[in-house]
Design a binder for this molecule. Sequence first.
Ligand code: ADP
Ligand code: ZN
Length: 214
Amino acid sequence: MKLILLGAPGAGKGTVAKLLTQLDGSVQISTGDILRAAVAAGTELGKKAEAAMKAGDLVSDDLIMGIMSERLKQDDCKNGYLLDGFPRTIPQAEALTKMLADMGEKLDAVVNIDVPRDVILDRLTTRRTCTKCNAIYNVKSNPPKVEGVCDKCGGPVVQRDDETEQAISNRLDVYNQKTAPLASFYEKAGMLMTVTATSSDTVIAAIKSKLGIK
Ligand code: ADP
Ligand code: ZN
């Protein structure tokens, strides 16, 4: 399947994407994960993205489109992909539309995961992430078995740099201003499905039913 996962920070895009990859071999493509890896490795890309990310601002459309035009050409995209955190602005969405048309590809749907703001805030402040494999934990609802150690790969599980109260509040404002308008963009294109749910299982069930997957 080829899907865009739309939703505020903390809506569960990453968790849903990871679960969907188990259904049909599609790959999760998270621009946030790609950028964090670049920052950790100290690459040119990482240096350009670091300050904006730490403040909870968006990285420039040019950088993002550069990453995605390369990424979508890779072989593992043949079985489908789940775009997690991309596109995030109208210019990115327009550029993606053009890129897919040039590649002769078509998305199945754009899934808008709609979660109440109080749930989002609570989740973001309690979220922890493995810096090695990007597994997502929650100190309250889903802690790793050993504190600070990833169950899956043994890597360090930490609070992200942009998960301070200040950066979280900025990320939510940026989402409302820049990314929320994508819902009507894709609604007009006849591609939007909105799922209002706080459990990833409910979101998965809605997507399966929409795409006719058993
Ligand atoms: P979340 O959805 O939880 O906010 P992500 O991991 O998707 O987090 O993104 C983390 C940060 O990476 C964003 O706050 C932003 O700085 C940057 N980023 C990720 N994807 C994009 C994108 N498509 N356009 C611009 N910036 C991006
Ligand atoms: Zn891990």
